[in-house]
Design a binder for this molecule. Structure first.
Ligand SMILES: [Zn+2]
Length: 109
């Protein structure tokens, strides 16, 4: 079993970083004074559009918050879909993950 306190603090750190990033993205998106947006768009050609990055960031924030809640509930580490334990390697890699590999491969409709 993983060290929950350690997992919790690492998730909390990720959450702080994501919240910071989300507010930075929002600042840029809400800035109406930027007349160089065409140039910026070219500079960011290889990147995802900022709005998409913002959506992903918000989604990650939600997932991490849910993971923190599951740690508090004592349900962290079990699949929210099938209720089985999630493989330890998977949890180490993605501590915010909520469903097991089986359920990702076989999405339930
Ligand atoms: Zn599952």
């Amino acid at each position: 079993m993983a060290d929950l306190a350690l997992v919790r603090s690492s998730l909390q750190k990720q959450l702080d970083a994501l919240l910071k990033r989300a507010s930075e993205i929002e600042n840029v998106l809400c800035d109406p004074g930027d007349t160089n947006s065409e140039q910026n768009a070219q500079d960011m050609e290889d990147d995802e559009p900022l709005a998409v990055v913002g959506d992903l960031t918000r989604q990650e924030i939600r997932e991490i918050r849910l993971a923190l809640k599951r740690i508090d509930d004592g349900t962290w580490g079990t699949c929210v879909s099938c209720g089985k334990e999630i493989a330890a390697e998977r949890l180490l890699e993605l501590p915010a993950v909520a469903i097991c590999e089986n359920c990702i491969l076989q999405p339930q409709h």
